[in-house]
Design a binder for this molecule. Structure first.
Ligand SMILES: NC(=O)c1ccc[n+]([C@@H]2O[C@H](COP(=O)([O-])OP(=O)(O)OC[C@H]3O[C@@H](n4cnc5c(N)ncnc54)[C@H](O)[C@@H]3O)[C@@H](O)[C@H]2O)c1
Ligand SMILES: Nc1nc(=O)c(N)c(NC[C@H](O)[C@H](O)[C@H](O)COP(=O)(O)O)[nH]1
Length: 216
């Protein structure tokens, strides 16, 4: 058993979720409120370690009203336990789970255990199936996946995503080194693409929101 997973992201019209230099303010004000409402409805928010290192996110509900207990559990996928102990994802605003692999240096794991629950899953990379199973065992039934591109790819190709919600902002930045909604190794044949079904589309200010379910 695993949680129901909603992938949420904001991208430019050309599919970038950050520029090559890591600048990533894409969503408009209204979309950011939508994101935080979605955070409030979920039991956990999951991101990859590169997103933590790039943005130092809080991963809490802070743009809409929230009672202290409304903050979801924060989950970082971090094979080598590189989450810096002073980063905001480890503050006391919400509980945090760090998913590491068996290859993570024990001294860094011990340091993280002072501030978070550490789940060891996988030998070199985090085994996402196993991590999600463990999260479900902790009572997490609805999980919001907030990127980045590399984790999005692994989660989608692992068959671990149920819905995709994307904010398309009216911006274009280009750049072959800029992260896109989904990177990773990529699928070779279009016939093998992950198929989605469009459920809803609407505008929020200048942004276009598109919501899909992933076909099983
Ligand atoms: N616009 C948005 O909605 C949005 C959202 C999130 C992140 N971002 C941006 O995305 C960028 C980071 O994306 P990224 O692709 O570099 O990194 P990421 O956040 O997807 O982290 C990927 C890393 O996670 C670790 N990992 C461990 N096990 C893994 C597994 N099984 N599968 C995949 N990764 C695994 C690896 O170290 C891997 O390099 C940042 O610039 C950030 O600002 C944008
Ligand atoms: N929906 C969305 N629109 C954006 O324009 C953007 N840059 C992100 N990025 C998601 C990523 O996880 C960010 O790191 C957090 O949004 C940081 O913000 P918080 O401190 O957690 O509120 N997400």
């Amino acid at each position: 058993m695993r949680p129901y997973v909603i992938l949420n992201a904001a991208m430019t019209l050309d599919g970038k979720i950050a520029t090559a230099t890591g600048s990533s303010e894409i969503s408009g004000e209204e979309d950011l409120r939508r994101v935080h409402e979605l955070r409030r409805e979920c039991d956990a928010i999951m991101v990859g370690i590169n997103t933590v290192l790039a943005d130092d996110p809080r991963l809490t509900v802070h743009r809409v009203d929230a009672a202290p207990g409304d903050n979801p559990v924060r989950v970082v996928v971090d094979s080598m336990a590189r989450t810096p102990p002073h980063f905001r994802v480890l503050n006391d605003e919400a509980p945090t789970v760090i998913g590491v692999s068996e290859s993570a240096p024990p001294e860094r794991v011990a340091e993280l255990r002072k501030r978070a629950e550490v789940v060891v899953a996988g030998t070199r990379r985090v085994d996402l199936h196993l991590l999600l199973e463990r999260l479900h065992g902790m009572g997490i039934e609805r999980l919001m996946l907030e990127g980045g591109s590399t984790l999005n790819y692994s989660m989608l190709t692992g068959g671990l995503v149920d819905e995709v919600r994307v904010c398309i902002a009216p911006m274009i930045v280009g750049g072959r080194d800029a992260r896109t909604l989904v990177d990773g190794e990529g699928i070779d044949e279009m016939a093998d693409a992950i198929r989605l079904e469009l459920k809803r589309s609407y505008t929020l200010g200048e942004d276009l929101i598109v919501e899909y379910t992933v076909k099983g």
